[in-house]
Write a protein that binds this ligand. Structure first.
Ligand code: ATP
Length: 569
Protein backbone atom coordinates (compact mmCIF):
# COMPACT_ATOMS: atom_id res chain seq x y z
CA UNK A 1 0.00 0.00 0.00
CA UNK A 2 1.20 3.50 -0.84
CA UNK A 3 2.54 4.91 2.42
CA UNK A 4 1.01 8.29 1.70
CA UNK A 5 -2.50 7.13 0.91
CA UNK A 6 -4.93 4.46 1.71
CA UNK A 7 -6.90 3.63 -1.39
CA UNK A 8 -10.07 1.65 -1.51
CA UNK A 9 -9.75 -0.89 -4.33
CA UNK A 10 -12.85 -0.84 -6.48
CA UNK A 11 -12.41 -3.24 -9.37
CA UNK A 12 -15.78 -2.23 -10.74
CA UNK A 13 -14.26 1.12 -11.61
CA UNK A 14 -11.02 -0.41 -12.81
CA UNK A 15 -9.71 -0.18 -16.33
CA UNK A 16 -7.23 -2.16 -18.33
CA UNK A 17 -3.60 -1.27 -18.69
CA UNK A 18 -3.25 0.83 -21.83
CA UNK A 19 -1.07 -1.14 -24.22
CA UNK A 20 -0.02 0.74 -27.34
CA UNK A 21 2.10 -0.50 -30.21
CA UNK A 22 4.17 1.77 -32.41
CA UNK A 23 5.96 0.49 -35.49
CA UNK A 24 9.07 2.43 -36.35
CA UNK A 25 9.41 3.36 -40.03
CA UNK A 26 12.04 1.38 -41.91
CA UNK A 27 15.11 3.51 -42.34
CA UNK A 28 16.83 3.44 -45.73
CA UNK A 29 19.74 1.03 -46.14
CA UNK A 30 22.94 2.49 -44.82
CA UNK A 31 21.11 4.75 -42.39
CA UNK A 32 22.51 4.31 -38.90
CA UNK A 33 20.27 2.01 -36.87
CA UNK A 34 19.90 -0.66 -39.55
CA UNK A 35 23.36 -2.13 -39.65
CA UNK A 36 22.91 -5.79 -40.37
CA UNK A 37 24.99 -6.13 -43.59
CA UNK A 38 23.54 -9.58 -44.36
CA UNK A 39 20.05 -8.20 -44.44
CA UNK A 40 21.01 -5.02 -46.25
CA UNK A 41 22.66 -6.99 -49.05
CA UNK A 42 19.73 -9.32 -49.49
CA UNK A 43 17.11 -6.67 -49.47
CA UNK A 44 18.86 -3.86 -51.26
CA UNK A 45 16.62 -4.02 -54.32
CA UNK A 46 13.37 -5.16 -52.73
CA UNK A 47 10.47 -2.74 -52.26
CA UNK A 48 10.20 -1.63 -48.63
CA UNK A 49 6.81 -3.28 -47.96
CA UNK A 50 8.21 -6.71 -48.93
CA UNK A 51 10.89 -6.43 -46.25
CA UNK A 52 8.43 -5.88 -43.42
CA UNK A 53 7.69 -8.72 -41.01
CA UNK A 54 5.01 -6.76 -39.14
CA UNK A 55 2.02 -5.08 -40.71
CA UNK A 56 -0.93 -3.18 -39.31
CA UNK A 57 -4.10 -5.24 -39.60
CA UNK A 58 -6.58 -2.94 -37.87
CA UNK A 59 -6.20 0.06 -35.57
CA UNK A 60 -5.89 -2.48 -32.68
CA UNK A 61 -4.16 -5.46 -34.33
CA UNK A 62 -1.07 -6.45 -36.32
CA UNK A 63 0.12 -9.48 -38.27
CA UNK A 64 3.60 -10.85 -37.83
CA UNK A 65 5.26 -13.01 -40.51
CA UNK A 66 8.67 -14.72 -40.25
CA UNK A 67 11.23 -13.64 -42.90
CA UNK A 68 11.53 -17.18 -44.37
CA UNK A 69 7.79 -17.26 -44.96
CA UNK A 70 8.11 -13.86 -46.58
CA UNK A 71 10.89 -15.09 -48.84
CA UNK A 72 9.10 -18.26 -49.91
CA UNK A 73 5.83 -16.45 -50.42
CA UNK A 74 4.11 -18.37 -47.61
CA UNK A 75 1.62 -16.71 -45.31
CA UNK A 76 2.47 -18.24 -41.95
CA UNK A 77 1.44 -15.28 -39.88
CA UNK A 78 0.42 -14.61 -36.28
CA UNK A 79 -2.13 -11.98 -35.34
CA UNK A 80 -1.81 -9.87 -32.22
CA UNK A 81 -5.04 -8.16 -31.34
CA UNK A 82 -6.49 -6.06 -28.52
CA UNK A 83 -4.02 -3.19 -28.36
CA UNK A 84 -5.35 0.14 -27.15
CA UNK A 85 -4.02 1.49 -30.43
CA UNK A 86 -1.57 0.44 -33.12
CA UNK A 87 0.47 3.23 -34.65
CA UNK A 88 1.67 2.52 -38.16
CA UNK A 89 5.16 3.54 -39.33
CA UNK A 90 3.82 6.72 -40.87
CA UNK A 91 1.92 7.90 -37.79
CA UNK A 92 3.01 11.27 -36.48
CA UNK A 93 4.03 12.22 -32.95
CA UNK A 94 0.87 14.34 -32.64
CA UNK A 95 -1.30 11.36 -33.53
CA UNK A 96 0.43 9.20 -30.91
CA UNK A 97 0.06 12.01 -28.39
CA UNK A 98 -3.63 12.54 -29.04
CA UNK A 99 -4.55 8.89 -28.70
CA UNK A 100 -2.16 7.77 -25.99
CA UNK A 101 -0.74 10.62 -23.96
CA UNK A 102 -3.44 13.24 -23.92
CA UNK A 103 -5.90 11.13 -21.83
CA UNK A 104 -3.15 10.50 -19.26
CA UNK A 105 -2.38 14.24 -19.06
CA UNK A 106 -6.07 15.09 -18.74
CA UNK A 107 -6.34 12.69 -15.80
CA UNK A 108 -3.13 14.04 -14.31
CA UNK A 109 -4.57 17.56 -14.39
CA UNK A 110 -7.58 16.18 -12.53
CA UNK A 111 -5.33 14.76 -9.86
CA UNK A 112 -5.01 11.16 -11.03
CA UNK A 113 -1.54 9.76 -10.95
CA UNK A 114 -0.38 7.73 -13.91
CA UNK A 115 2.66 6.32 -15.60
CA UNK A 116 3.69 5.81 -19.21
CA UNK A 117 6.64 3.56 -20.02
CA UNK A 118 8.21 3.01 -23.42
CA UNK A 119 9.37 -0.55 -23.82
CA UNK A 120 10.99 -2.29 -26.78
CA UNK A 121 14.24 -3.47 -28.34
CA UNK A 122 17.20 -1.18 -28.84
CA UNK A 123 16.76 1.29 -31.69
CA UNK A 124 13.01 0.75 -32.00
CA UNK A 125 12.09 4.37 -31.21
CA UNK A 126 11.42 4.64 -27.46
CA UNK A 127 13.48 7.79 -26.95
CA UNK A 128 12.12 9.23 -30.19
CA UNK A 129 8.56 8.65 -28.96
CA UNK A 130 9.12 10.06 -25.46
CA UNK A 131 11.35 13.04 -26.23
CA UNK A 132 11.35 13.36 -30.03
CA UNK A 133 13.47 15.99 -31.69
CA UNK A 134 13.09 19.67 -32.62
CA UNK A 135 11.07 18.93 -35.73
CA UNK A 136 9.07 16.11 -34.17
CA UNK A 137 8.57 16.85 -30.45
CA UNK A 138 7.70 13.74 -28.46
CA UNK A 139 5.25 12.95 -25.67
CA UNK A 140 7.17 14.86 -23.03
CA UNK A 141 7.35 18.31 -24.72
CA UNK A 142 3.79 17.95 -26.06
CA UNK A 143 2.55 17.12 -22.53
CA UNK A 144 4.27 20.25 -21.16
CA UNK A 145 2.53 22.35 -23.82
CA UNK A 146 -0.86 20.89 -22.91
CA UNK A 147 -0.30 21.30 -19.15
CA UNK A 148 0.63 24.98 -19.47
CA UNK A 149 -2.17 25.61 -21.93
CA UNK A 150 -4.70 24.30 -19.46
CA UNK A 151 -3.22 25.74 -16.27
CA UNK A 152 -2.18 29.18 -17.53
CA UNK A 153 -4.80 31.03 -15.45
CA UNK A 154 -4.78 28.75 -12.39
CA UNK A 155 -2.78 28.87 -9.19
CA UNK A 156 -1.11 25.55 -9.68
CA UNK A 157 2.63 24.95 -9.98
CA UNK A 158 4.37 22.25 -11.96
CA UNK A 159 7.43 20.51 -10.58
CA UNK A 160 9.76 18.33 -12.63
CA UNK A 161 12.37 15.89 -11.42
CA UNK A 162 14.42 13.66 -13.69
CA UNK A 163 16.85 10.88 -12.90
CA UNK A 164 18.46 7.83 -14.45
CA UNK A 165 19.35 4.40 -13.20
CA UNK A 166 22.47 2.94 -14.69
CA UNK A 167 25.02 0.31 -14.01
CA UNK A 168 28.50 1.65 -14.66
CA UNK A 169 30.93 -0.99 -15.86
CA UNK A 170 28.44 -3.74 -14.99
CA UNK A 171 28.76 -3.09 -11.26
CA UNK A 172 25.85 -2.32 -8.95
CA UNK A 173 22.94 -0.18 -10.08
CA UNK A 174 23.16 3.51 -9.22
CA UNK A 175 20.74 6.40 -9.41
CA UNK A 176 21.83 9.82 -10.71
CA UNK A 177 19.81 12.99 -10.42
CA UNK A 178 19.92 14.53 -13.92
CA UNK A 179 18.72 17.97 -12.82
CA UNK A 180 21.25 20.86 -12.67
CA UNK A 181 23.67 20.28 -9.77
CA UNK A 182 22.24 16.79 -9.44
CA UNK A 183 24.15 14.17 -7.44
CA UNK A 184 24.11 10.44 -6.74
CA UNK A 185 20.89 9.42 -5.04
CA UNK A 186 20.04 6.63 -2.66
CA UNK A 187 16.76 4.79 -2.63
CA UNK A 188 14.98 4.00 0.56
CA UNK A 189 12.08 1.65 -0.04
CA UNK A 190 10.45 3.30 -3.06
CA UNK A 191 11.59 6.83 -2.23
CA UNK A 192 14.60 8.61 -3.64
CA UNK A 193 16.36 10.74 -1.11
CA UNK A 194 17.52 14.16 -2.19
CA UNK A 195 15.90 14.07 -5.65
CA UNK A 196 15.83 17.65 -6.82
CA UNK A 197 12.56 19.11 -8.12
CA UNK A 198 12.58 22.12 -10.46
CA UNK A 199 9.59 24.47 -10.51
CA UNK A 200 8.68 25.06 -14.15
CA UNK A 201 7.56 28.53 -15.20
CA UNK A 202 6.34 27.70 -18.72
CA UNK A 203 6.55 24.86 -21.23
CA UNK A 204 9.69 26.24 -22.88
CA UNK A 205 11.40 26.29 -19.49
CA UNK A 206 10.27 22.70 -18.95
CA UNK A 207 11.66 21.69 -22.34
CA UNK A 208 14.96 23.38 -21.53
CA UNK A 209 15.27 21.61 -18.16
CA UNK A 210 14.62 18.25 -19.80
CA UNK A 211 16.97 18.84 -22.73
CA UNK A 212 19.72 19.80 -20.27
CA UNK A 213 19.07 16.67 -18.25
CA UNK A 214 19.23 14.50 -21.39
CA UNK A 215 22.67 15.87 -22.15
CA UNK A 216 23.78 14.26 -18.89
CA UNK A 217 22.13 10.96 -19.66
CA UNK A 218 24.38 7.99 -20.41
CA UNK A 219 24.26 7.09 -24.13
CA UNK A 220 26.65 5.19 -26.40
CA UNK A 221 26.70 4.10 -30.02
CA UNK A 222 25.96 0.41 -30.63
CA UNK A 223 25.35 -1.52 -33.83
CA UNK A 224 21.61 -1.28 -33.16
CA UNK A 225 21.48 2.45 -32.43
CA UNK A 226 23.98 5.24 -33.02
CA UNK A 227 22.84 6.88 -29.77
CA UNK A 228 21.63 4.07 -27.63
CA UNK A 229 20.36 4.87 -24.12
CA UNK A 230 22.46 3.01 -21.58
CA UNK A 231 20.20 3.83 -18.64
CA UNK A 232 16.59 3.80 -17.52
CA UNK A 233 15.39 7.39 -17.51
CA UNK A 234 12.50 8.49 -15.30
CA UNK A 235 10.74 11.88 -15.33
CA UNK A 236 8.28 12.88 -12.64
CA UNK A 237 5.75 15.66 -13.19
CA UNK A 238 3.97 16.83 -10.07
CA UNK A 239 1.32 19.48 -9.96
CA UNK A 240 0.61 21.32 -6.72
CA UNK A 241 -2.22 23.67 -5.88
CA UNK A 242 -0.48 26.78 -4.50
CA UNK A 243 -3.45 27.47 -2.19
CA UNK A 244 -2.71 24.29 -0.28
CA UNK A 245 0.75 25.67 0.73
CA UNK A 246 2.12 22.24 0.03
CA UNK A 247 -0.03 20.70 2.77
CA UNK A 248 -2.19 17.69 2.16
CA UNK A 249 -5.92 18.38 2.14
CA UNK A 250 -8.95 16.92 0.45
CA UNK A 251 -8.97 19.44 -2.38
CA UNK A 252 -5.25 19.37 -3.01
CA UNK A 253 -4.36 18.33 -6.50
CA UNK A 254 -0.99 16.59 -6.22
CA UNK A 255 -1.23 14.02 -8.95
CA UNK A 256 2.03 12.61 -10.27
CA UNK A 257 2.70 11.69 -13.87
CA UNK A 258 5.69 9.44 -14.40
CA UNK A 259 7.23 8.94 -17.81
CA UNK A 260 9.81 6.20 -18.23
CA UNK A 261 12.16 5.71 -21.18
CA UNK A 262 13.56 2.25 -20.65
CA UNK A 263 16.88 1.29 -22.17
CA UNK A 264 16.17 -1.14 -25.00
CA UNK A 265 16.68 -4.83 -24.44
CA UNK A 266 19.42 -6.08 -26.70
CA UNK A 267 20.64 -9.32 -28.18
CA UNK A 268 24.40 -9.64 -27.97
CA UNK A 269 24.70 -10.78 -31.60
CA UNK A 270 22.76 -7.81 -32.94
CA UNK A 271 24.46 -5.10 -30.96
CA UNK A 272 27.96 -6.52 -31.28
CA UNK A 273 28.52 -5.33 -27.72
CA UNK A 274 31.68 -6.33 -25.94
CA UNK A 275 33.45 -5.48 -22.69
CA UNK A 276 31.79 -2.68 -20.74
CA UNK A 277 29.00 -2.33 -23.33
CA UNK A 278 28.19 -6.01 -22.86
CA UNK A 279 28.03 -5.61 -19.08
CA UNK A 280 25.72 -2.61 -19.52
CA UNK A 281 23.66 -4.65 -21.92
CA UNK A 282 23.33 -7.40 -19.28
CA UNK A 283 22.06 -4.81 -16.80
CA UNK A 284 19.59 -3.41 -19.35
CA UNK A 285 18.33 -6.88 -20.21
CA UNK A 286 18.05 -7.79 -16.55
CA UNK A 287 15.97 -4.67 -15.76
CA UNK A 288 13.70 -5.40 -18.75
CA UNK A 289 13.31 -8.96 -17.54
CA UNK A 290 12.46 -7.93 -13.96
CA UNK A 291 9.99 -5.36 -15.34
CA UNK A 292 8.27 -8.13 -17.35
CA UNK A 293 8.32 -10.60 -14.42
CA UNK A 294 6.55 -8.06 -12.20
CA UNK A 295 3.81 -7.49 -14.78
CA UNK A 296 3.42 -11.18 -15.50
CA UNK A 297 3.11 -11.98 -11.79
CA UNK A 298 0.55 -9.19 -11.42
CA UNK A 299 -1.46 -10.54 -14.35
CA UNK A 300 -1.37 -14.10 -13.01
CA UNK A 301 -2.34 -12.89 -9.57
CA UNK A 302 -5.25 -10.89 -10.97
CA UNK A 303 -6.40 -13.89 -13.01
CA UNK A 304 -6.02 -16.24 -10.08
CA UNK A 305 -5.94 -14.46 -6.69
CA UNK A 306 -4.74 -17.71 -5.16
CA UNK A 307 -1.44 -17.15 -6.87
CA UNK A 308 0.69 -14.86 -4.73
CA UNK A 309 1.92 -11.58 -6.08
CA UNK A 310 5.64 -12.25 -6.31
CA UNK A 311 7.99 -9.59 -5.00
CA UNK A 312 10.04 -9.35 -8.19
CA UNK A 313 10.01 -5.56 -7.85
CA UNK A 314 12.82 -5.96 -5.28
CA UNK A 315 15.20 -7.19 -7.97
CA UNK A 316 15.84 -3.87 -9.68
CA UNK A 317 15.91 -0.23 -8.60
CA UNK A 318 13.51 0.76 -11.38
CA UNK A 319 10.80 -1.70 -10.35
CA UNK A 320 11.40 -0.82 -6.69
CA UNK A 321 10.73 2.82 -7.53
CA UNK A 322 7.66 1.88 -9.60
CA UNK A 323 6.39 -0.61 -7.04
CA UNK A 324 2.85 0.81 -6.88
CA UNK A 325 2.53 0.49 -10.64
CA UNK A 326 4.11 -2.96 -10.69
CA UNK A 327 1.57 -4.08 -8.10
CA UNK A 328 -1.40 -2.65 -10.00
CA UNK A 329 -2.19 0.11 -7.50
CA UNK A 330 -1.82 2.95 -9.92
CA UNK A 331 -2.75 3.53 -13.49
CA UNK A 332 -0.21 2.66 -16.11
CA UNK A 333 0.18 2.68 -19.89
CA UNK A 334 2.83 0.94 -21.93
CA UNK A 335 3.94 1.82 -25.42
CA UNK A 336 5.70 -1.05 -27.13
CA UNK A 337 8.00 0.15 -29.89
CA UNK A 338 9.07 -2.28 -32.58
CA UNK A 339 10.97 -2.38 -35.81
CA UNK A 340 9.22 -4.13 -38.66
CA UNK A 341 12.19 -5.14 -40.82
CA UNK A 342 12.76 -8.79 -41.71
CA UNK A 343 15.89 -8.90 -39.56
CA UNK A 344 13.87 -7.58 -36.60
CA UNK A 345 11.46 -10.49 -36.67
CA UNK A 346 13.00 -12.30 -33.71
CA UNK A 347 13.02 -9.23 -31.41
CA UNK A 348 9.53 -8.17 -32.47
CA UNK A 349 8.10 -11.64 -32.04
CA UNK A 350 9.64 -12.01 -28.54
CA UNK A 351 8.31 -8.65 -27.46
CA UNK A 352 4.79 -9.25 -28.73
CA UNK A 353 4.61 -12.72 -27.18
CA UNK A 354 5.87 -11.42 -23.89
CA UNK A 355 4.02 -8.12 -23.60
CA UNK A 356 0.73 -8.51 -25.44
CA UNK A 357 -0.86 -10.37 -22.50
CA UNK A 358 -0.29 -7.30 -20.29
CA UNK A 359 -3.27 -5.65 -21.98
CA UNK A 360 -5.38 -7.70 -19.58
CA UNK A 361 -3.88 -6.16 -16.46
CA UNK A 362 -6.34 -3.99 -14.59
CA UNK A 363 -5.90 -0.83 -12.51
CA UNK A 364 -8.15 1.14 -10.29
CA UNK A 365 -8.62 4.46 -12.04
CA UNK A 366 -10.08 6.47 -9.16
CA UNK A 367 -8.32 9.59 -7.87
CA UNK A 368 -6.54 8.97 -4.61
CA UNK A 369 -8.89 9.41 -1.69
CA UNK A 370 -6.78 10.76 1.09
CA UNK A 371 -7.64 10.11 4.67
CA UNK A 372 -5.29 11.33 7.28
CA UNK A 373 -5.32 8.57 9.90
CA UNK A 374 -3.14 8.78 13.02
CA UNK A 375 -1.28 5.63 11.96
CA UNK A 376 -0.62 7.17 8.53
CA UNK A 377 0.51 10.45 10.08
CA UNK A 378 2.90 8.59 12.40
CA UNK A 379 4.19 6.51 9.53
CA UNK A 380 4.68 9.63 7.42
CA UNK A 381 6.54 11.42 10.21
CA UNK A 382 8.72 8.38 10.80
CA UNK A 383 9.64 8.26 7.15
CA UNK A 384 10.34 11.97 7.09
CA UNK A 385 12.49 11.55 10.18
CA UNK A 386 14.39 8.74 8.52
CA UNK A 387 14.97 10.85 5.42
CA UNK A 388 16.09 13.80 7.57
CA UNK A 389 18.42 11.57 9.59
CA UNK A 390 19.87 10.18 6.41
CA UNK A 391 20.44 13.67 5.05
CA UNK A 392 22.07 14.75 8.29
CA UNK A 393 24.37 11.73 8.07
CA UNK A 394 25.12 12.58 4.48
CA UNK A 395 25.84 16.20 5.42
CA UNK A 396 28.06 15.08 8.27
CA UNK A 397 30.06 12.90 5.94
CA UNK A 398 30.42 15.60 3.34
CA UNK A 399 31.32 18.00 6.16
CA UNK A 400 34.09 15.66 7.28
CA UNK A 401 35.33 15.42 3.73
CA UNK A 402 35.30 19.19 3.41
CA UNK A 403 37.18 19.56 6.69
CA UNK A 404 39.80 17.13 5.44
CA UNK A 405 40.07 19.03 2.20
CA UNK A 406 40.40 22.29 4.14
CA UNK A 407 43.14 20.78 6.28
CA UNK A 408 44.99 19.58 3.21
CA UNK A 409 44.67 23.02 1.66
CA UNK A 410 45.92 24.68 4.83
CA UNK A 411 48.98 22.44 5.00
CA UNK A 412 49.58 23.11 1.33
CA UNK A 413 49.40 26.85 1.98
CA UNK A 414 51.78 26.42 4.94
CA UNK A 415 54.29 24.59 2.74
CA UNK A 416 54.00 27.36 0.19
CA UNK A 417 54.39 29.98 2.93
CA UNK A 418 57.64 28.31 4.07
CA UNK A 419 58.83 28.29 0.53
CA UNK A 420 57.98 31.96 0.29
CA UNK A 421 60.03 32.71 3.44
CA UNK A 422 63.01 30.91 1.97
CA UNK A 423 62.63 32.82 -1.25
CA UNK A 424 62.42 36.13 0.67
CA UNK A 425 65.57 35.23 2.63
CA UNK A 426 67.41 34.35 -0.53
CA UNK A 427 66.33 37.64 -2.12
CA UNK A 428 67.59 39.54 0.94
CA UNK A 429 70.90 37.69 0.83
CA UNK A 430 71.28 38.41 -2.86
CA UNK A 431 70.47 42.06 -2.27
CA UNK A 432 73.14 42.34 0.40
CA UNK A 433 75.77 40.60 -1.70
CA UNK A 434 74.71 42.83 -4.52
CA UNK A 435 75.38 45.88 -2.37
CA UNK A 436 78.78 44.54 -1.44
CA UNK A 437 79.58 43.89 -5.04
CA UNK A 438 78.45 47.38 -5.93
CA UNK A 439 80.78 48.79 -3.27
CA UNK A 440 83.67 46.73 -4.56
CA UNK A 441 82.89 47.82 -8.07
CA UNK A 442 82.90 51.45 -6.97
CA UNK A 443 86.24 51.00 -5.25
CA UNK A 444 87.72 49.33 -8.31
CA UNK A 445 86.41 52.11 -10.49
CA UNK A 446 88.03 54.73 -8.27
CA UNK A 447 91.29 52.74 -8.39
CA UNK A 448 91.13 52.64 -12.14
CA UNK A 449 90.46 56.40 -12.12
CA UNK A 450 93.50 57.01 -9.95
CA UNK A 451 95.56 54.77 -12.18
CA UNK A 452 94.24 56.59 -15.22
CA UNK A 453 95.23 59.93 -13.67
CA UNK A 454 98.66 58.59 -12.80
CA UNK A 455 99.03 57.32 -16.33
CA UNK A 456 98.07 60.74 -17.62
CA UNK A 457 100.65 62.34 -15.39
CA UNK A 458 103.27 59.85 -16.53
CA UNK A 459 102.35 60.56 -20.13
CA UNK A 460 102.51 64.27 -19.47
CA UNK A 461 105.87 63.95 -17.70
CA UNK A 462 107.18 61.80 -20.52
CA UNK A 463 106.00 64.35 -23.00
CA UNK A 464 107.57 67.11 -20.99
CA UNK A 465 110.84 65.22 -20.73
CA UNK A 466 110.76 64.49 -24.42
CA UNK A 467 110.28 68.13 -25.16
CA UNK A 468 113.00 69.20 -22.76
CA UNK A 469 115.25 66.51 -24.23
CA UNK A 470 114.59 67.94 -27.68
CA UNK A 471 115.36 71.38 -26.37
CA UNK A 472 118.55 70.10 -24.81
CA UNK A 473 119.50 68.34 -27.99
CA UNK A 474 118.87 71.57 -29.88
CA UNK A 475 120.90 73.47 -27.31
CA UNK A 476 123.70 70.93 -27.59
CA UNK A 477 123.59 71.25 -31.36
CA UNK A 478 123.69 75.02 -31.08
CA UNK A 479 126.57 74.80 -28.67
CA UNK A 480 128.39 72.40 -30.94
CA UNK A 481 127.97 74.68 -33.88
CA UNK A 482 129.06 77.58 -31.64
CA UNK A 483 132.10 75.66 -30.58
CA UNK A 484 132.84 74.79 -34.14
CA UNK A 485 132.53 78.46 -35.08
CA UNK A 486 134.77 79.31 -32.13
CA UNK A 487 137.34 76.72 -33.06
CA UNK A 488 137.37 77.77 -36.64
CA UNK A 489 137.81 81.40 -35.44
CA UNK A 490 140.74 80.58 -33.08
CA UNK A 491 142.67 78.07 -35.16
CA UNK A 492 143.41 79.33 -38.66
CA UNK A 493 144.50 76.22 -40.37
CA UNK A 494 146.59 76.78 -43.60
CA UNK A 495 144.74 74.79 -46.15
CA UNK A 496 147.83 74.47 -48.30
CA UNK A 497 149.79 73.05 -45.41
CA UNK A 498 146.93 70.72 -44.66
CA UNK A 499 146.87 69.64 -48.25
CA UNK A 500 150.61 68.82 -48.12
CA UNK A 501 150.37 67.02 -44.84
CA UNK A 502 150.68 63.28 -44.80
CA UNK A 503 147.77 61.24 -43.72
CA UNK A 504 147.22 61.61 -39.94
CA UNK A 505 147.25 57.92 -39.48
CA UNK A 506 150.83 57.68 -40.72
CA UNK A 507 152.63 60.87 -39.62
CA UNK A 508 152.36 63.02 -36.59
CA UNK A 509 151.55 66.58 -37.37
CA UNK A 510 154.21 68.85 -36.22
CA UNK A 511 153.38 72.53 -35.90
CA UNK A 512 155.29 75.07 -37.83
CA UNK A 513 157.75 77.28 -36.19
CA UNK A 514 155.32 80.19 -36.25
CA UNK A 515 152.74 78.06 -34.53
CA UNK A 516 155.20 76.86 -31.98
CA UNK A 517 155.97 80.46 -31.16
CA UNK A 518 152.35 81.34 -30.91
CA UNK A 519 151.80 78.44 -28.51
CA UNK A 520 154.77 79.38 -26.48
CA UNK A 521 153.41 82.88 -26.29
CA UNK A 522 150.08 81.65 -25.09
CA UNK A 523 151.73 79.49 -22.47
CA UNK A 524 153.67 82.30 -21.25
CA UNK A 525 150.46 84.50 -21.16
CA UNK A 526 148.21 85.34 -18.28
CA UNK A 527 148.65 83.37 -15.13
CA UNK A 528 145.91 80.83 -14.12
CA UNK A 529 143.81 81.79 -11.17
CA UNK A 530 142.72 79.09 -8.74
CA UNK A 531 139.09 79.62 -9.88
CA UNK A 532 140.12 79.04 -13.47
CA UNK A 533 142.01 75.91 -12.50
CA UNK A 534 139.12 74.56 -10.41
CA UNK A 535 136.70 75.33 -13.24
CA UNK A 536 138.97 73.61 -15.75
CA UNK A 537 139.21 70.54 -13.52
CA UNK A 538 135.49 70.46 -13.06
CA UNK A 539 135.10 70.88 -16.86
CA UNK A 540 137.43 67.94 -17.48
CA UNK A 541 135.48 65.86 -14.96
CA UNK A 542 132.23 66.85 -16.57
CA UNK A 543 133.07 66.73 -20.28
CA UNK A 544 136.29 64.74 -20.41
CA UNK A 545 139.91 65.50 -21.38
CA UNK A 546 140.27 67.24 -24.74
CA UNK A 547 136.87 68.88 -24.74
CA UNK A 548 138.56 72.20 -24.19
CA UNK A 549 136.35 74.26 -26.43
CA UNK A 550 133.29 73.00 -24.72
CA UNK A 551 134.81 73.64 -21.29
CA UNK A 552 135.73 77.11 -22.46
CA UNK A 553 132.36 78.08 -23.90
CA UNK A 554 130.56 76.64 -20.86
CA UNK A 555 132.61 78.81 -18.55
CA UNK A 556 133.29 81.79 -20.74
CA UNK A 557 132.60 84.15 -17.87
CA UNK A 558 135.45 82.61 -15.87
CA UNK A 559 137.98 82.05 -18.63
CA UNK A 560 137.32 85.41 -20.28
CA UNK A 561 139.86 86.10 -23.04
CA UNK A 562 141.55 82.69 -22.83
CA UNK A 563 141.22 80.25 -25.70
CA UNK A 564 140.94 76.53 -25.63
CA UNK A 565 144.42 75.99 -26.91
CA UNK A 566 145.82 77.29 -23.63
CA UNK A 567 144.00 74.57 -21.60
CA UNK A 568 146.11 71.66 -22.73
CA UNK A 569 149.14 72.60 -20.81
N1 ATP B 1 8.76 7.07 -35.56
C1 ATP B 1 9.98 7.43 -35.98
N2 ATP B 1 10.13 8.23 -37.02
C2 ATP B 1 11.34 8.59 -37.45
N3 ATP B 1 12.49 8.16 -36.90
C3 ATP B 1 12.41 7.35 -35.86
C4 ATP B 1 11.18 6.92 -35.34
N4 ATP B 1 11.41 6.11 -34.31
C5 ATP B 1 12.75 6.07 -34.17
N5 ATP B 1 13.36 6.79 -35.10
C6 ATP B 1 14.80 6.96 -35.28
O1 ATP B 1 15.41 5.69 -35.04
C7 ATP B 1 16.63 5.82 -34.30
C8 ATP B 1 16.57 5.02 -33.02
O2 ATP B 1 15.52 5.50 -32.22
P1 ATP B 1 15.63 5.67 -30.65
O3 ATP B 1 16.95 6.19 -30.23
O4 ATP B 1 14.45 6.41 -30.22
O5 ATP B 1 15.57 4.15 -30.22
P2 ATP B 1 15.48 3.54 -28.76
O6 ATP B 1 14.42 2.52 -28.79
O7 ATP B 1 15.37 4.62 -27.75
O8 ATP B 1 16.90 2.82 -28.65
P3 ATP B 1 17.78 2.49 -27.34
O9 ATP B 1 17.02 1.57 -26.50
O10 ATP B 1 19.01 1.85 -27.91
O11 ATP B 1 18.07 3.80 -26.70
C9 ATP B 1 16.78 7.31 -34.04
O12 ATP B 1 17.64 7.84 -35.00
C10 ATP B 1 15.37 7.87 -34.20
O13 ATP B 1 15.39 9.20 -34.63
Amino acid sequence: MDPATEETPDMAKSENLGLFLRIRPLLQSGVRGDRNPRFRRKSAFEPWFQKMCLRVKTSRSVTLSPPLALERGRTKTEVYDGFSQVFSPDSSQEEVYEKMMSPLVEDFLKGKSGMLAAFGPSGSGKTHTIFGCNRQPGMMPLALQQIFKETSDSTRSLFISIFEIRCEGGKEERVFDLSPNGVDLTMHRSTLKGLHEVVISDWRHGEFVISQALLRRATSPTNANSQSSRSQCVINLRIVDDKSNGEVNDQANDGVLIIVDLAGAEREKRTGNQGVRLLESNFINKTSMVFCLCLRSLLEHQKNPMKPLEKHFQDSLLTKYLRDYMEGKKRMALILTVKAGGEDYHNTSCLLKQASPYMEIKFNNEPSKRRLSPSFALKGYKEKLEVAEHEIQHLRESNLELEKELKDLKSLIEVHRLDDDQVAQEIQRLRESNLELEKELKYLKSLIEVQRLADDQVAEETQRLKESSLELEKEVKDLKSLIDVQISGDDQWDDSVVEDLPSPSKNAISPSKEDKDRLARRRKGKKWSSLEEDTLRAGVEQYGVGRWKLILTSNQDIFGERNAGGFEG
